[in-house]
Write a protein of this length. Structure first.
Lengths: 204, 474, 827
């Protein structure tokens, strides 16, 4: 019977809780700060946040972002201010999801979703254009592209800054949840090390 | 046109002038209602100084003025006779420019001189031109002084007609043209280089010195003497009565008399002709011959001794004589002779704001520290008064001041705090002293009345730095 | 700027404890920078007068009376001066000033065109306080307001450094922008309803130390860190301004001026600055074209073809005729190298001397070669006398105008104008004399004391001029075409006479067309061979390299067209020339083109002339090629490649080298390097010059040593003006209907349009008002127009602008006449 000894490990594991998931039919919940494919945010009035400043492209270590700005049409502005992102493209064959673009963005326009699975049948599909990256102007949710596999809850938490630093590095921004002024999708609670606006208000 | 406005603008009493006891060198005609006419001027010894000058050589006239050590009355107090010697040799033509753009807070003495005795000024101009060998003079009158402009225009017409100005004055070879020009209403044009720019038809902005000391490179790039109205008004008397007689008045270093314009919380505010260097502030404010004390017999809180640009004085400085050097050593200046007296009911912060606001509005916009700094100061003071001050604002105000005028700023001594006087003048990062002037009320007020600032600043809790605050709470 | 400091006059100053020498009178800020200590600044600009406005350059200076903070941009170096740029006081003051400048600056750097190359950003990083203590509301204005068609002003960003306003006033002389309001609300603005219409407005964008002034053509196109720049030469006019060509993603996005001491001092005209828009226009020719042979007899129809087919057709056309029946016009757009190789094709391989790069709008090369050469620096030598014989530098050669203006205003040069019309410099001229059109020689005669048939008041003025000339050793003459409606000989004769009278005077010919001077040097002129030698003396040198060489002098452009109308020309090669648009006598050109069998055009746009061509070879333009440029002084400077040409368009030199192979297989040169070597071997004036290393030339370029020849000219008889006739004067204006301007969105709307001007007294005499339509009748044609009264127009003349919308003035010009007199008829 000693050969059963060899199965001891197996038998012991059979009755343990399963740690793997039958991916892709089932997906695990992802950490809040997972770096997935980007989205371009909008303000609550539907205006695009991107102003075409190219700072994301400038900081990108993989050189995967291509941005061009243009004069905002006065009659029908795309974003607040003079300039808007006229061309915005990210090449996901190059992107390393380092999130430096998110850090660099002065308006908090670019953030990342939890969607990290990419599959393309041709190289051109790997270049996401502005239309594809922009969130839906009604719901604020990322647009689901035909080849993308979004599951319940994965489009949550796509807006909001995932900065390592607060704007200006100013400690007084503590507690002010800076991602509350946009389209209102994905507002979340303060994270570790940050006090909540609600608690702050209560204190006052 | 001049005739008709003479009818309407006829003023019986010079407003603001107070008749009192004491020597009257330049205000002697103010008591006459028609003091501005040529007839009256001639009947009271007018143009005698010019005649006596024309009998002497220009050099002798210049010596006489130098001998009288007549100090400039515009603010800096530089001896006129020495200033006249500055133009480089052999550079012609040269010009005389009369600075009648009197706009310093609280100053209104030149206005009276121009309104009440324009011929005296014109005679002074002519004497100066004769002494310096000039044939062209410009009278720059402040834009807002309509009456002064009218009366000078009238006086110039009369003088031209009577042959006091123009070709071959009084049948001598001496010829002068005097042109009046009025400004467009800018305080900064009182600064001599800005005045020259304005006179040239440009935007009134100061020129940088060097190389543009007007005595060397002035109007149209030529040597130019810029003198104050009061300075020149003294000349007829000096030439009539001699330098030694002139030196009989006042102190040794500051001879003659001076006009002081006193405003604010005194019982009898106005312009006084006062013996220079002898009288003290206390006499001036409390003496029966002068202002007769503070209104409602209140306590004196502070006073500005020489125009809005001067640091403030307080009770302790009342016994200082009215003399430039003594006042300068005590931390302020006599400047243009404008005194503003404030009693105990005055809010120091508001007073400070009102002076600072003046400078912020009047900055010409040339130098960044002045253009941006003065407005910033005004905004902070306004915020403090509105109840939104922060504890750091006082240091911020002082540091902005330090960036406009680096180093210790002139201020009066404050024995309670053990602070010594810082002598005048302040240093500056700007071209002209307008920017640093805005610092004067701030430094004076904060040094003396910091408690008033403190009480206005709301003691709001600072926005908590989360983790530390949390720890305290739990 | 970097002239050697002589030991006797140098002053010694101490900067941060280091002893350095400075030139006497040098500003401290410049002396420090030259010696490696950079003092931050906003208002200081070395090409303009100091103003001391920003206070950023405050440093502690001790001149013996103790250290004090003073602005280093206003202080001249004096001996034993001690400067501390690192002291606590200095640093505090500089941080303070930067804080002041930033409190009302909007910090919209992410959308600002200057962000990334902004002196305010850079100096804030290097000298700023790091933190702002300003919590109040910032000053706001309406976001950018246009100050003219191409320049936007964002007053929020302005730090009031006075650079643009000083430029407008001091350098350009168009003081149309100034400060308004005061104190904190001081702002730069134009006068109400008066745009900043200056030919030089783009320079204000370049010198703005913040993003307050932005140029429409570059607005939001790219960020500065996207741009790749190469230093090149503007080929647009013959001054050869040094420029930096800036490109992103293979598209030229901006030209900026490079400060070259001897040429443009960093300034550019708006036309040169914004012309790049035309280069990336989608209407560029992108490949060779040929006419559709099927549609013979009917309208010509261009179809795309292959290069080899185009070359073969070219060779066929050449071989079907004899050399003297072939003509080549143009070549001023080409680089020196391309000009040489085309010269070789025309003269050395085909063997025709009917080659002319000028379209009868310049001077004959023999005359140019006989005059004492000059440079811009020599012309603008302080204290000298400048005689302007013709052309308005402001309208034709903008950068030269700025140099002349500076020389007159700052360097005490005296300007004498002997022109038929008022020019942009007239106001500054010591004597501005209106010489009636056609009488330049008479004026020069009077000047040299000979009898002349001019009116008395002009003679009187000229005697005054005589005195000025007599007392001055440095005399320079600028000669340009006074009018396109008269023959070039009028000014040429004047210049030759002037040279006889003033043998020491030097001459700067104002040929305006691009690299026209290179073309003459390379032999693209009748009777000349490369190296400026005539057919006889040059042929020996060339015989090893050129299979053949013309023996007798060929036609000038005008003669070519005249010959063509007689049927003497079969093949016409247009090297980037558009005679229909540019040749004064347009009817002659049309007649000629109709008779010529084969027209071959090498060009970048389908111009009116190209549309009539049978073979079109698409060329690359100045931003797409490597090569060199020769400016009006004979200064060679590099042209550098920045982007690739559209489609299969090729550099001119490459087209020409290919053609050499097609015409004479195995004849050199076959590579660019061989081409460069061959030029140095055959051209005497280029013998010390290595064309393969032009990119190593610094921004000052290299001036060729060009000798001069003797020349003989025969006097032209100028007909007397008949009573009641009006002499036509046609001058150029900066903006016209030129093909490049028309394809540049920034420039196309700027042409002033046709305004035909006459003296109001003349108009009164004829009973015409500005409302009445008149018929102007020339010898060859007539036009109907209205006249604009203009008291500046000389009596008895009609003054019109060249190449504008409106009635076609060229109908009135008969190029066979020395002058064109018109009759005016009231309708």
């Amino acid at each position: 019977m000693s050969y059963l000894k060899g199965f001891l490990v197996t038998f012991r594991q059979i009755f343990q809780k399963r740690v793997t998931t039958p991916y892709p039919s089932q997906k695990r919940a992802k950490p809040e700060r997972l770096h997935g494919r980007h989205v371009l945010g909008r303000y609550e009035d539907g205006m695009e946040k991107c102003i075409g400043c190219e700072l994301c492209a400038g900081v990108c270590p993989a050189n995967c972002i291509y941005v061009r700005g243009a004069d905002n049409p006065i009659e029908n502005p795309v974003s607040p201010g003079e300039r808007y992102g006229f061309v915005y493209e990210i090449n996901y064959l190059r992107c390393i999801h380092c999130d430096l673009c998110v850090e660099a963005c002065p308006t908090g326009a670019i953030t990342e979703s939890k969607m990290f699975e990419f599959s393309f049948t041709n190289r051109n599909d790997a270049i996401y254009t502005r239309e594809e990256l922009l969130v839906d102007s009604e719901s604020g949710k990322p647009k689901q592209l035909p080849w993308e596999d979004w599951r319940e809850g994965e489009d949550l938490n796509t807006s909001g800054w995932l900065r390592a630093t607060s704007p200006n590095g100013d400690a007084s921004y503590e507690g002010q949840i800076a991602w509350s002024g946009d389209l209102g999708y994905g507002i979340r609670k303060a994270e570790i090390g940050q006090s909540d606006t609600e608690t702050l208000e209560e204190e006052q | 046109m001049v005739e008709s406005s003479l009818q309407t603008g006829y003023v019986k009493h010079a407003p603001g002038f107070v008749e009192n006891e004491g020597p009257k060198l330049i205000t002697s005609r103010f008591k006459h209602a028609d003091s501005f006419t040529l007839d009256k001027y001639l009947s009271t010894g007018g143009y005698e100084g010019l005649k006596s000058s024309l009998n002497r050589s220009p050099g002798q006239v210049h010596d006489e003025v130098r001998e009288a050590s007549l100090l400039g009355r515009g603010g800096a107090g530089f001896p006129a006779g020495i200033k006249w010697g500055f133009p480089p040799e052999g550079v012609w033509p040269r010009y005389l420019v009369v600075n009648g753009d009197e706009s310093e807070i609280g100053t209104y003495k030149d206005r009276l001189l121009m309104e009440r005795d324009p011929h005296q000024l014109i005679e002074g101009v002519l004497i100066a031109c004769y002494a310096l060998g000039l044939s062209q003079a410009f009278l720059y009158v402040r834009g807002e002084m309509a009456l002064a402009q009218e009366r000078i225009a009238l006086a110039l017409d009369e003088a031209y007609e009577a042959g006091y100005i123009g070709k071959n004055i009084l049948d001598t070879k001496f010829s002068v043209d005097v042109v009046m020009h009025w400004g467009a209403g800018a305080y900064i044009v009182g600064e001599e280089t800005a005045l020259i720019e304005s006179l040239e038809g440009k935007r009134g902005m100061p020129r940088l010195k060097p190389p543009y000391f007007p005595a060397a490179i002035g109007l149209y790039g030529k040597p130019t003497i810029v003198n104050n109205v009061e300075t020149l008004s003294n000349l007829p008397w000096i030439l009539n009565n001699g330098a030694s007689a002139y030196k009989g008045f006042g102190s040794e270093s500051s001879p003659g008399t001076r006009m002081f314009a006193i405003s604010g919380h005194v019982k009898r505010p106005g312009v006084y002709e006062v013996e220079h260097g002898v009288t003290t502030f206390r006499e001036l404010f409390y003496g029966d011959n002068f202002c007769r004390g503070i209104r409602d017999d209140n306590e004196l809180k502070m006073f500005i001794p020489g125009g809005g640009s001067a640091p403030w004085f307080f009770q302790e400085q009342l016994d200082l004589p009215l003399e430039a050097s003594a006042v300068g050593a005590a931390g302020s200046m006599l400047g243009s002779g404008a005194m503003v007296v404030m009693d105990e009911t005055t809010d120091a912060v508001k007073a400070c704001l009102s002076v600072v606001r003046f400078f912020a509005r009047e900055s010409c916009g040339k130098c960044s520290p002045c253009r941006e700094g003065t407005t910033w100061e005004e905004k902070i003071l306004q915020r403090i008064l509105d109840g939104d001050g922060r504890p750091s604002d006082i240091d911020l105000l002082l540091d902005i001041g330090d960036n406009i005028s680096p180093g210790p700023y002139p201020a009066a001594a404050f024995s309670d705090e053990g602070l010594d006087a810082v002598p005048f003048p302040p240093s500056q990062t700007t071209i002209c002293p307008l920017g640093p002037s805005s610092v004067a009320p701030i430094v004076s007020a904060i040094r003396r009345f910091r408690n008033e600032f403190d009480s206005l600043i709301t003691r709001r809790d600072p926005i908590p730095l989360s983790l530390e605050v949390e720890k305290v709470v739990t | 700027m970097t002239d050697i400091t002589s030991a006797e006059t140098a002053v010694s100053i101490t900067v941060d404890g280091k002893k350095v020498t400075a030139k006497p009178g040098e500003l401290l800020i410049d002396a420090c920078e030259r010696n490696g200590t950079y003092i931050p600044r906003f208002c200081h600009h070395s090409r303009m007068q100091p103003v001391g406005m920003c206070r950023m350059c405050l440093v502690e200076i001790d001149t013996g009376r103790g250290p004090a903070l003073q602005p280093s941009c206003m202080i001249e170096c004096s001996n034993e001066m001690v400067v501390d740029t690192q002291s606590k006081k200095t640093i505090k003051a500089q941080e303070g000033v930067l804080e002041f400048l930033l409190i009302n600056h909007p910090l919209d750097c992410p959308i600002c065109d200057k962000g990334g190359e902004c002196p305010l950003q850079d100096q804030t990083m290097a000298f700023g306080p790091g933190e702002s203590r300003f919590i109040e509301e910032k000053r706001t204005y309406r976001k950018p307001i246009p100050v003219n068609e191409n320049v936007f002003l964002d007053r929020e960003r302005c730090v009031l450094c006075d650079r643009c306003t000083r430029f407008a006033d001091q350098v350009a002389g168009d003081s149309l922008i100034h400060f308004i309001d005061r104190g904190n609300k001081t702002q730069v603005n134009t006068y109400p309803d008066q745009p900043f219409s200056s030919y030089f407005s783009g320079n204000t964008v370049q010198i703005c130390p913040v993003g307050a002034l932005t140029a429409a053509p570059f607005r939001f196109k790219a960020r500065p860190w996207d741009l790749t720049e190469v230093e090149s030469t503007s080929t647009f006019d013959s001054v050869g301004n040094r420029i930096s060509v800036q490109e992103s993603r293979d598209r030229v996005l901006r030209f900026t001026g490079v400060d070259s001491d001897s040429v443009n001092w960093g300034w550019l005209t708006d036309k040169e600055r914004f012309i790049f828009e035309a280069y990336s226009n989608e209407n560029r020719l992108s490949g060779p074209l040929t006419t559709n042979e099927v549609a013979e007899g009917s309208q010509k129809h261009a179809v795309a073809t292959s290069w080899s087919e185009a070359y073969e057709k070219f060779v066929k056309a050449i071989n079907e005729t004899t050399p003297e029946r072939i003509a080549v016009i143009g070549g001023s757009r080409l680089t020196n190298e391309a000009q040489y190789i085309w010269s070789k094709i025309a003269k050395g391989i085909i063997g025709t001397d009917n080659v002319d790069a000028q379209l009868d709008d310049g001077f004959s090369p023999e005359v140019l070669l006989s005059l004492n050469p000059s440079t811009i620096d020599k012309t603008c030598k302080p204290g000298g006398v400048i005689i302007l014989l013709g052309a308005d530098p402001k309208e034709e050669l903008g950068a030269l105008y700025l140099r002349l203006r500076h020389a007159i205003l700052q360097d005490q040069c005296k300007l004498i104008e002997l022109t038929p019309t008022k020019t942009g410099l007239s106001q500054l001229a010591t004597h501005s004399i209106r010489v009636p059109p056609g009488k330049t020689l008479e004026a020069v005669k009077a000047l040299s004391g000979e009898p002349s048939e001019l009116e008395d008041d002009i003679l009187k003025e000229l005697t005054k001029v005589q005195k000025i000339i007599k007392n001055n050793d440095s005399i320079s003459v600028l000669l340009g075409r006074t009018s396109l409606a008269e023959t070039s000989s009028i000014v040429e004769e004047g210049a030759i006479k002037l040279q006889e009278y003033l043998p020491k005077a030097s001459f700067l010919p104002l040929l305006r067309r691009g690299n026209i001077n290179g073309a003459i040097d390379m032999g693209l002129s009748p009777g000349l061979l490369p190296g400026r030698c005539d057919l006889e003396e040059g042929s020996d040198k060339l015989q090893n390299y050129w299979p053949t060489c013309p023996t007798h002098k060929g036609f000038k452009t005008k003669e070519m067209f005249e010959a063509a109308t007689d049927g003497q020309i079969d093949v016409l090669i247009l090297l980037a020339a558009d005679p229909i648009m540019d040749f004064p006598d347009s009817q002659l050109v049309q007649e000629a083109l109709d008779r010529i069998e084969t027209v071959i055009a090498v060009d970048i746009f389908a111009t009116d002339s190209v549309l009539q061509a049978d073979i079109v070879l698409a060329a690359a333009t100045a931003t797409e090629i490597e090569g060199s440029f020769t400016n009006l002084e004979g200064r060679i400077s590099p042209i550098r490649k920045s982007v690739t040409p559209p489609g299969t368009a090729r550099p001119d030199w490459m087209i020409a080298l290919d053609l050499v192979q097609y015409l004479v297989p195995n004849l050199g040169p076959s590579t660019f390097k061989e081409l460069c070597e061959e030029i140095s071997l055959v051209s005497g004036i280029h013998k010390d010059f290595d064309f393969s290393k032009v990119e190593q030339i610094d921004k000052e370029g290299v001036v060729l040593n060009r000798g001069k020849n003797k020349t003989q000219t025969s006097l032209i008889k100028i007909p007397k003006q008949k009573a009641n006739s009006f002499r036509l004067v046609v001058t150029r204006s900066m903006y016209d209907k030129g093909v490049l301007s028309a394809h540049s969105s920034a420039l196309k709307g700027l042409a002033p349009g046709s305004r035909i001007k006459a003296n109001p007294k003349d108009m009164e005499k004829l009973g015409i008002t500005s409302d009445s339509t008149v018929r102007l009748i020339g010898l060859k044609g007539e036009i109907q127009t209205r006249l604009t009264p203009d008291p500046e127009t000389t009596r008895g003349t009609i003054h019109a602008l060249w190449n504008q919308d409106g009635p076609d003035i060229r109908k009135l010009i008969d190029s066979s006449l020395p002058v064109n007199d018109l009759k005016i008829e009231k309708i």
